[in-house]
Ligand binder design. Structure first.
Ligand SMILES: Nc1ncnc2c1ncn2[C@@H]1O[C@H](COP(=O)(O)OP(=O)(O)O)[C@@H](O)[C@H]1O
Ligand SMILES: [Mg+2]
Length: 232
């Protein structure tokens, strides 16, 4: 039986901008099934990053609801929200967002330490090995290439094995070969591990790997397509 992991209903976000109200998201409704890989595509400024931020509880909508794994995100208190972000979702960004003063292994260990997991350093090394960086644990972010930094970010996002991975233009700063390797890692997680993917991108090559693509335009859902053929 399929079940909904993310359920977004009538989501609207209005923000004051230059003396008037700007509608960033306008009545967006969208579901993500458990185990699905869903891409949200759309031009720059269409509201993709804002949508992901709302799903992660980083921002509060003007109206509408977001339910993730049974939790209504906008109703969570501060403590529950911090726990939700740590345990229910992983988040990777275009610009990696690693902590520059920590090594790769220490970055990956951050969520493990916050959750009080024992043996965090050894687990961090395993996670790095899983993204092909077994020998890079002691390197600082500035000593790593963009693709390596994104691998570290992915290992960190998956450290507590969340059911949902949010990815905001994860290949946006990478050349096509390096970006392609990140895409492979993301879809391997989905296929082999069952992690639900919600990714936003304006990269059509990335979007067309998803099971389903929802297009956003000016903050509204403008269309939806399902992948016609299964890519081996
Ligand atoms: N905090 C904010 N204040 C004012 N405008 C914002 C804010 N956040 C986003 N916007 C505006 O909302 C629109 C959508 O932004 P964004 O979600 O970043 O789009 P995308 O990720 O699709 O490029 C843009 O016009 C952006 O300028
Ligand atoms: Mg964006």
């Amino acid at each position: 039986m399929t079940r909904m992991l993310v359920s977004i209903r009538n989501l609207t976000l209005r923000l004051p901008s230059g003396g008037r109200m700007l509608t960033v998201l306008d009545d967006v409704s969208l579901d993500v099934l458990a185990g699905e890989a869903l891409a949200v595509a759309g031009p720059s400024g269409s509201g993709k990053s804002t949508l992901l931020g709302l799903v992660a509880g980083l921002d509060t909508p003007t109206s509408g609801t977001i339910v993730v794994a049974g939790a209504e995100v906008t109703r969570l208190g501060e403590t529950a929200l911090a726990r939700f972000r740590r345990e229910t979702l992983g988040y990777v960004f275009q610009s990696y967002h690693l902590i520059p003063t920590l090594t790769a292994a220490e970055n990956v260990a951050v969520p493990l330490d916050l959750a009080g997991v024992s043996g965090a350093p050894a687990r961090a090394r395993e996670l790095l090995a899983g993204v092909g960086l077994a020998d890079r644990g002691h390197h600082y972010p500035a000593q790593l290439s963009g693709g390596e930094q994104q691998r570290v970010a992915l290992a960190r996002a998956m450290a507590l094995d969340p059911p949902l991975l949010l990815a905001d233009e994860p290949t946006g700063n990478l050349d096509s070969a390096t970006g392609g390797a990140i895409v492979e890692l993301l879809f391997a997680l989905n296929r082999d591990h069952g992690t639900t993917l919600l990714l936003v991108t304006h990269d059509d090559l990335l979007a067309e790997r998803a099971d389903r693509v929802v297009s956003l335009r000016d903050g509204r859902v403008a269309g939806e397509r399902r992948r016609a053929t299964l890519v081996p």
